[in-house]
Design a protein around this ligand. Structure first.
Ligand code: BQF
Length: 282
């Protein structure tokens, strides 16, 4: 039986640390959270992030824009927040409505306030190993590895999924820790053949039940980046068949309560870091 990686517990500890650090600053860190439209899942995500801020001693300002908001209007709000010295971090909840160009919006956020770390400048710095903010989900998974004493050095790491938000940066962070990284995606001919080689398997495909027990090497570490949400019940489903896979894995993350809470905790850590830099406290 695998050891359960308790993301919820670790996330709570990180939030408590952030709160202690935030309290030492000359003023509270401040997040500006922008939500465009009324997607119910997005609303829940933003609400939870605001709650986390409250717990961590971080101010949050929320901007709710109607679904029909023109791209220009969103860009001018971002520009205003970029120039506002009291704002440390700007979060634009994704996905955005169809008529808005996501990358134009990400590019508009000042890299210093880019606490999701999606801006190309921060992506570039992460790739080359310059100090910068890291995207929250991959950063949270690296934190889990550290906490549970899981080394990537010399390991075969298989990353299923290649999104800009999770898969791509996650593979790069594992490479940085001397893992040998293989990316798998929709066009990979024989997924099972790849996953069976993995000492470390990270799955962010958004395909419920994609990874079955027979696809796991005995003793593997299995990280399920759950992104499947039932629109009716609001329940989360993993990409990993938990009951089968936990019998073979050495470590496994649950869904919910695994990677998700760590993503939120790392957002708090990134806001704190942005505030510290802005306040010249690091
Ligand atoms: C948990 C997200 C897809 C598209 C846009 C805790 C979250 C999720 C799960 C959470 C996600 C997913 C977020 C759990 C933020 C992760 O207990 O398992 C927290 O809040 N997430 C988002 O902001 O936008 C998304 C997934």
């Amino acid at each position: 039986m695998a050891v359960l990686i308790d993301g919820k517990k670790l996330a709570e500890r990180i939030c408590a640390e952030v709160a202690r650090e935030a309290a030492k600053l000359p003023r509270k860190p401040c997040l500006a959270a922008i939500l465009v439209g009324d997607d119910p899942a997005s609303e829940i995500y933003v609400r939870n992030k605001e709650r986390d801020c409250l717990k961590c001693g971080i101010d949050s300002r929320r901007f709710d824009l109607p679904a029909g908001t023109a791209q220009e209007e969103l860009l001018s709000l971002i520009d205003k927040l970029n120039r506002d010295g009291a704002v440390d971090g700007i979060l634009v909840q994704l996905p955005l409505p169809e008529h808005i160009d996501e990358s134009a919006v990400i590019d508009a956020i000042s890299p210093d306030k880019d606490i999701d770390a999606f801006h190309p400048l921060n992506v570039g710095k992460m790739i080359t190993g310059e100090p910068t903010l890291w995207p929250c989900t991959p950063a949270g998974i690296m934190e889990m590895f550290r906490e549970y004493g899981i080394s990537l050095d010399g390991k075969k790491c298989v990353m299923v999924g290649r999104s800009n938000i999770v898969g791509r940066p996650m593979g790069l962070l594992m490479l940085r820790e001397n893992g040998t990284v293989i990316y798998c995606h929709r066009r990979t001919p024989d997924l099972a053949e790849m996953t069976r080689q993995a000492d470390i398997l990270v799955v962010a495909a958004g395909s419920p039940g994609l990874i079955t027990g027979d696809m796991i090497k005995p003793g593997a570490v299995v990280i399920d980046v759950a992104m499947n949400r039932d629109p009716d019940t609001g329940k989360f489903f993993g990409d990993v068949c938990f009951d089968e896979v936990e019998k073979k894995a050495s470590f496994i993350t649950p869904v919910p309560g695994g990677v998700g809470p760590m993503t939120r905790a790392m957002l708090m850590k990134n806001i704190l870091t942005a505030a510290k830099i802005s306040l010249k406290q690091m």
